[in-house]
Design a protein. Structure first.
Lengths: 134, 67
């Protein structure tokens, strides 16, 4: 399969943001583990790893704006719908289970993990229904 | 939506990649349209028809007229 220019830019942005995520997360974990961050700095250190994740959401939006190929754009839209439906459904179910004390607490940032997993599900759904190349 | 894209392309000895380049879309798009898995937007349908110097209805089969 071939990559569109918008797709290449999207991949590049995701790689860069992933590197920032890894660096920020490692820095925050190290900082908190060794009690190096307190007060306002603790807030900054805690929020920093979230920013590249938000950046990836923005990169997906930017991809949808920049993608000139309507078919490829539609595939990504379908993937994000799958991702949103999947992540929100699991989060909702888990929320009720947690409320009734049937399961333990899970940090809310795992919704983003579910959402990215949902993108993978969406890609599979695309492949099974309308395909991608051949 | 059924269409005559494959036949029209074959008549000109164009590969899917050739057609994709002329339409400025991906080969995946041409494949999806050709196999009826994706219905192009009206602007893209016009672009395809104009490339083959045909009317849209000579390229794409109206769903209401399909058997």
């Amino acid at each position: 399969m071939t990559w569109s220019p918008a797709n290449r830019r999207y991949n590049f942005r995701v790689v860069i943001l992933s590197l920032f995520y890894a660096a920020f997360l490692l820095g925050a974990v190290y900082g908190f583990k060794h009690h190096l961050v307190t007060g306002p700095l603790a807030w900054v250190a805690a929020i920093l790893p979230a920013l590249p994740i938000i950046g990836i959401f923005a990169a997906i939006g930017l991809y949808l704006v920049e993608e000139q190929d309507e078919y490829l754009r539609m595939l990504m839209v379908r993937q994000t719908l799958w991702a949103s439906g999947f992540a929100l459904s699991i989060a909702t179910i888990w929320g009720f289970l947690e409320s009734f004390e049937l399961v333990g607490h899970v940090e809310s940032y795992y919704v983003a993990v579910l959402w990215f997993g949902g993108l993978g599900l969406g890609a599979c759904a695309n492949k099974l229904t309308i395909g991608r190349g051949s | 939506m059924n269409n005559r894209l494959k036949v029209l392309r074959a008549e000109r000895n164009w590969s899917q990649g050739d057609l994709a380049d002329k339409l400025e879309v991906s080969r995946q798009s041409v494949n999806a349209i050709e196999t009826g898995r994706y219905d192009p937007s009206l602007p893209l349908a016009f672009k395809i028809a104009e490339l083959f110097e045909l009317a849209i209805e000579d390229v794409f089969v109206s769903p209401s007229k399909e058997a």
